[in-house]
Design a protein around this ligand. Sequence first.
Ligand code: PDD
Length: 289
Amino acid sequence: VSRISYVNGHYVPHAGAMVHIEDRGYQFADGVYEVIHVCDGQLIDAGPHLERLERSLGEIRIAMPMTRRALGVVLTQVIRRNRLSFGSLYLQVTRGVARRDFPFPAHTAPTLAVTAQRMHPYSAAKVAAGVAVITLPDIRWGRCDIKSIGLLAPVLGKQQARASGAFEAWQLDSAGYVTEGTSTNAWIVDRQGTLVTRPADHRILNGVTRLRLMTLAQDMGLAVLERPFTVAEAQSAAEAFLSSTTTYLLPVTRIDGAPVGSGQAGPVALRLREAYDLFVKNSAARALS
Ligand code: PDD
């Protein structure tokens, strides 16, 4: 099948899917986005993702381009038209097209675009191998809780990670605490077996996967503590891992070259990953029945 994307009311061949050069997303990064996972052709955790979209839009005073329900129909159509079984949907809403000027334009409708992307599930071997992260100063703005399309700092950070042979960069606030990865949330497991992750303040994006993992961990009888942690603490923790819609959960085995715990993927991270895999499979099955 050829790729189909959605732009402002139209399903169009991906190669010809266009927005105007004076779209405020293009000129000011004046917009927000979401990435939603698709498994077995079904949206995973669509509710919390659309809720977060609505919150992000509200924070920058862009109207929802349509109701959540109508948006759900568009997303389902994009899945169908692409025959997407396993992958993700990207949706972006900007303040729309207007003559370039900083203040909000008076009568401009928001731009809505949705694209589909196929993915390959991580193999068990890949998960078990874990990933390396480097650390960098967090040079982003003060409202990382808004899922803004202004992603220059994460682009530079991820590039630096990849150039260093690492998978992700953990960003550090001015006091030396880890905020989050460039596109993932950061976690450690302390020596008592407690899961530790930064509270969802303005310095991080409150990950949908993060919230889901918290619930799953509690169901498994694991303690979860929301507090900031330092790099030194992470390097001497029992385990570390990262989470996001597209990675689920990946064990972090090295931080700035230093092994975490045994230097192997930790048992808590692997058990939690298994629980998350099962959650995804079960929600897809539930949606299909
Ligand atoms: N990234 N932190 C940041 C800065 C992110 O951009 C993301 C998501 C997350 C994890 O959130 P969630 O669990 O809701 O995916 C944390 C998406 C996937 C992306 O930019 O591709």
